[in-house]
Design a protein around this ligand. Structure first.
Ligand SMILES: *[C@@H]1O[C@H](CO)[C@@H](O)[C@H](O)[C@H]1NC(C)=O
Ligand SMILES: *[C@@H]1O[C@H](CO)[C@@H](O)[C@H](O)[C@H]1NC(C)=O
Ligand SMILES: *[C@@H]1O[C@H](CO)[C@@H](O)[C@H](O)[C@H]1NC(C)=O
Ligand SMILES: *[C@@H]1O[C@H](CO)[C@@H](O)[C@H](O)[C@H]1NC(C)=O
Ligand SMILES: *[C@@H]1O[C@H](CO)[C@@H](O)[C@H](O)[C@H]1NC(C)=O
Length: 399
C-alpha cells in the first residue's frame, strides 16, 4: 500500500504548493545570504532572501559547501593584510557559526582534501601574496597553516597588467583525491601537488604550462566516452577553455600530468584568444555541455554579459554552440541545480542573482525565470557586489 500512499501525497503536494528550493551565496560587502526560489511553473518564479549573516570577514568571496556533512567553509578575500577563514553549519534556519580563524588575507578560493573521505584539510589560494595555504579541519579560533607555499616567477607574463607575478586562483583535488590542481593566472601554469592524505602535506609536481597569456583561473575534471578523464581549464585572461588529457602515473608516488590538446575561445573557434576588456570567470559542466562565463563583454546589451555554451564531443573535444545571456553584468559565479534545469548566475557588479532555465535536451540556456537585486551594487570594474552563488538541494528522505 505504501507506493499508492506516496503517489497520492505527491499529487496533493504538487496541487497545493509551489516548489521551493534553497540557495546560498556571498556578497563582497560582507554578507552571506540564504535564498529561496519559489517556482510557479517551469519558467516563472520568485527569488527572495531568507537569512543573512556576517562573520566571513570584510570581503566574503567563496563558499565550499560539503553537502553530506552540511558544513560550509567561507573564504575572505580581504586584501588588507589579514582575513578570516570560517566554518559554519547549514541548518533549516540558516547558517550557524562553528569557528573562525585569522588568516593573512587575500584568499580567493578554498576546498577540502585529504583524510579517508577528502574532508580532513582545507586549502586556500592567495591571489596577490602568491601563496597556497593549508589547514587541518575542523577550523578553530587557533587554526594555523600547515604549510604556506610561496610561488615566484622570473618575469611578468604576456599580459603584464594581469600577469605581474603568480596569482594562484583556486585549488581542488583530482577525482582520486591523491593530487591537488592549482590554476595560476599570473604564471600561465596549472600547478600540481601530491597529497599526503594523513598529514595534509603537499609536495610539488612538475607544473603544466597553458598557452602564453591564458591566465588559468578555475578548472574541472570530467569523464567522457568510455570513462576516459579530461581536464577543462577556464582561462580568465584569454577568455578561453583549454582541454587537457589526464595522465596518471604508472607507479605509486609519481606525479599526475596533463597534456593540452585543444584551446577554444569562449567566442568560438574563429575568434582570436585574448580580448583585453573581457575577464572570464567560471566554468561548469552538465551532461555533455560545458559553460564558461564572460565578464564585461556586454554581448546582450547594456550590463548583459554572456555565458558561452560548448558541446563536449565523444573524444572530449569542445564545439562552440552559442553565447547565452547571463542577465547580469560581470557574471563572476554561476552554478546549476542537480536536475540541470536551472542555472543561478551571480552578477558581480549588478549585484543580482538571475535564475535562467536550461533545456536538458539541447543544453541551451534560455528564459529568465527569476531575478533578485541584492544591494549594495558593485562599482564599475571593482571587487564588490555579488561574489558567489550555489544551490542547497539535500537528498529527499523517503519513509
Ligand atoms: C507560469 O506562471 C506565470 C506567472 O504565474 C504565468 O504568467 C505563465 O503564463 C505561466 N506559464 C506557463 C507555461 O504556465
Ligand atoms: C538581514 O537580516 C536582518 C534581520 O536579522 C533584517 O533586518 C535585514 O533586513 C536583512 N537584510 C537583508 C538585505 O535581507
Ligand atoms: C557546529 O555547529 C552546529 C550547530 O550549532 C553543531 O550542531 C555542530 O556540532 C558544530 N560542529 C562543530 C564541528 O563544531
Ligand atoms: C573585445 O570584446 C568587446 C566586447 O565584447 C568587443 O566589442 C570587441 O570587438 C572585442 N575585441 C576584439 C579584438 O575581439
Ligand atoms: C570593459 O570593457 C570596455 C570595452 O568594452 C573597456 O573599455 C573597459 O576597460 C572594460 N572594463 C573593465 C573594468 O574591464
Amino acid at each position: 500500500m505504501a507506493p499508492i500512499t506516496s503517489i497520492l501525497l505527491t499529487g496533493l503536494s504538487l496541487a497545493s504548493h509551489t516548489l521551493a528550493v534553497r540557495l546560498l551565496g556571498t556578497h563582497f560587502s560582507g554578507q552571506i545570504f540564504t535564498y529561496e526560489l519559489a517556482l510557479n511553473n517551469a519558467t516563472s518564479g520568485a527569488l527572495s532572501i531568507t537569512t543573512n549573516t556576517t562573520g566571513c570577514g570584510v570581503t566574503p568571496t567563496w563558499l565550499h559547501f560539503d553537502e553530506a556533512t552540511r558544513i560550509v567553509y567561507c573564504i575572505d578575500e580581504s586584501w588588507q593584510g589579514s582575513g578570516v577563514l570560517t566554518q559554519w553549519t547549514l541548518g533549516a534556519k540558516g547558517l550557524s557559526l562553528n569557528a573562525s580563524a585569522a588568516t593573512p588575507g587575500n584568499s580567493v578560493h578554498g576546498s577540502t582534501y585529504g583524510g579517508k573521505d577528502g574532508r580532513s584539510f582545507l586549502v586556500t589560494s592567495e591571489y596577490s601574496p602568491s601563496t597556497l595555504t593549508n589547514y587541518k579541519l575542523p577550523i578553530t579560533a587557533s587554526s594555523k597553516p600547515i604549510q604556506t607555499l610561496q610561488f615566484t616567477q622570473a618575469a611578468p607574463g604576456p599580459r603584464p597588467d594581469r600577469q605581474d607575478k603568480p596569482h594562484p586562483h583556486s585549488a581542488f583535488t583530482d577525482p582520486t583525491g591523491a593530487f591537488l590542481i592549482v590554476p595560476d593566472l599570473g604564471a600561465d601554469l596549472t600547478r600540481i601537488f601530491k597529497i599526503n592524505k594523513d598529514t595534509g602535506v603537499l609536495t610539488a609536481c612538475p607544473a603544466i604550462s597553458s598557452l602564453p597569456g591564458d591566465g588559468p583561473r578555475h578548472g574541472l575534471f570530467n569523464k567522457i566516452g568510455y570513462g576516459q578523464l579530461k581536464y577543462y581549464s577556464l582561462n580568465e585572461v584569454s577568455s578561453s577553455v583549454g582541454v587537457y588529457d589526464v595522465i596518471y602515473p604508472s607507479s605509486d608516488g609519481d606525479c599526475l600530468s596533463l597534456k593540452l590538446g585543444q584551446t577554444i575561445s569562449n567566442y568560438g573557434p574563429s575568434v582570436p584568444l585574448g580580448n583585453v576588456s573581457v575577464k572570464s570567470a567560471e566554468i561548469r559542466i552538465v551532461g555533455d555541455s560545458l559553460y564558461a562565463s564572460n565578464r564585461n563583454d556586454s554581448s546582450f546589451g547594456f550590463e548583459q554579459d554572456s555565458i558561452a555554451t560548448f558541446k563536449i564531443g565523444s573524444t572530449g573535444a569542445l564545439t562552440f554552440v552559442e553565447l547565452a545571456n547571463s542577465y547580469s553584468y560581470y557574471p563572476r559565479s554561476f552554478s546549476f541545480n542537480k536536475a540541470g534545469t536551472y542555472v543561478a548566475i551571480g552578477g558581480q557588479t549588478t549585484a543580482n542573482i538571475a535564475i535562467v532555465a536550461r533545456d536538458t535536451k539541447t543544453g541551451k540556456l534560455g528564459k529568465l525565470v527569476a531575478n533578485l537585486l541584492v544591494p549594495p551594487r558593485g562599482t564599475y570594474g571593482g571587487e564588490d557586489g555579488i561574489s558567489s552563488i550555489i544551490w542547497d538541494e539535500p537528498e529527499k528522505r523517503h519513509n
